[in-house]
Design a protein. Structure first.
Length: 388
């Protein structure tokens, strides 16, 4: 896909004065192109197409280079929304951040989380801080820029633009940054080599990790978690001490630049939703997520199952097989399995842990957490209704 709007074009100045109101729906699907549930919400007047600003989907592909379920889902959304928005399918990408993450291994269920945003009268603002979100795009990257400084810097700029679009002034109020980033195909690698500008890797699958890692470090720079000067030429996929506690990056074949969604909280928001984040230190760190629900939302997973079912919109999480080959000192074999990629094992493991807490399986768990949380762990955020 080409034709991304520049990150600087996504700014809060274009939005009318008032209070931002974000709404969210978790919608099950029978396949990557099944938008029947979404159509029903539109027909019922619940979802207004012109207000859809972002969609985060989990599709049942392999999550690897050749996972075309992501592209199929994106195309289905473009063809659904184009006539409703009065634009071409290609132009939908410029108006809606479509982030499709492949892989629903284990108990994970395919679904879409749909976000709408509207401006309402400031008098409708809720007390305290409530959910806001903003989106931005980078330019398209040349093959040799993926996984390198150019991607880090462009992502950082896009995160700042998305914060402005959300009306978030302080990085402390950002709770989750979702990035959809490109990968290298064999054709793009061959073209780059022929032009004398070799890419960071010749392996298409490895390029996904490079792209996710550089994107995550861009988020870390924008949020002040890592100084740009601390990231050297060889830091990506090498120095695991450099990471973001709020970055989630998913690579795919369906785009050439980064799409960024910033989720946070702000005073003056009219949203009935709240958001909070934590970091799982490893793939079985259920305690961190339970603590988040208990301390940030006063929901006790041990006693409030009904309240969690009524109030939890979704958990958004990263998962990876620990690169040192162990979980709490015990050897794991995810990195040695030649039949099933490690990212697939990790999604299944973390999905099971989170489902046991959430009480449902339509969870957004994305594999490959390079520089997203500590090595072997990953960021998690919860989007919760402030009231039942």
């Amino acid at each position: 896909m080409s034709g991304h709007i520049p990150a600087a074009a996504a700014s809060a100045s274009a939005r009318p004065a008032g209070a931002q109101q974000v709404r969210a729906w978790r919608v099950d699907c029978r396949g990557p192109a099944d938008l029947g549930g979404v159509q029903a919400l539109i027909d019922a007047g619940e979802v207004v197409p012109a207000e859809i600003v972002a969609v985060m989907g989990k599709t049942e592909g392999n999550g690897c280079v050749n996972d075309y379920t992501r592209e199929l889902a994106s195309q289905a959304w473009c063809h659904l929304l184009a006539p409703l928005l009065g634009c071409s399918p290609a132009q939908v990408h410029q108006r809606v951040a479509l982030v499709m993450s492949g892989g629903t291994e284990g108990v994970l269920s395919p679904h879409f989380t749909v976000f709408t945003r509207r401006q309402v009268d400031a008098a409708q603002a809720r007390p305290g801080k409530r959910l806001v979100l903003g989106i931005a795009h980078t330019r398209d990257f040349l093959p040799q820029e993926i996984g390198r400084g150019a991607q880090i810097e462009a992502t950082a700029a896009a995160v700042r633009a998305a914060m402005a679009d959300a009306g978030i002034g302080s990085p402390a109020d950002v709770h989750f940054v979702q990035v959809k980033c490109p990968l290298l195909t064999s054709a793009r690698i061959a073209a780059a080599n022929a032009a004398g500008t070799p890419p960071v890797t010749r392996d298409t699958y490895e390029s996904m990790g490079w792209s996710r890692g550089a994107s995550a470090l861009g988020v870390a720079v924008a949020l002040g978690e890592v100084e740009r000067d601390a990231i050297g030429e060889h830091s990506v996929l090498t120095d695991w001490s450099l990471h973001s506690a709020r970055a989630s990056a998913s690579a795919g074949i369906e785009l050439d630049g980064n799409v960024v969604i910033v989720f946070g909280e702000a005073t003056g928001s009219a949203s009935a939703l709240r958001i909070g984040h934590t970091v799982m230190r490893d793939a079985i760190d259920a305690a961190a997520v339970r603590r988040l629900l208990r301390e940030h939302f006063a929901l006790d997973p041990d006693t409030d199952a009904q309240a969690i079912a009524a109030r939890l919109v979704n958990l958004l999480a990263k998962a990876e097989a620990s690169p040192d080959g162990a979980v709490r000192g015990a050897r794991h074999t995810m990195l040695n399995d030649s039949d099933i990629n490690a990212t697939r094992h990790a999604r299944a493991a973390v999905g099971g842990v989170l489902a046991s807490i959430a009480g449902h399986t339509a969870l957004y768990v994305s594999g490959g957490a390079e520089h997203q949380g500590p090595a072997g762990g990953g960021p998690v955020c919860a989007i919760v209704r402030a009231e039942p």
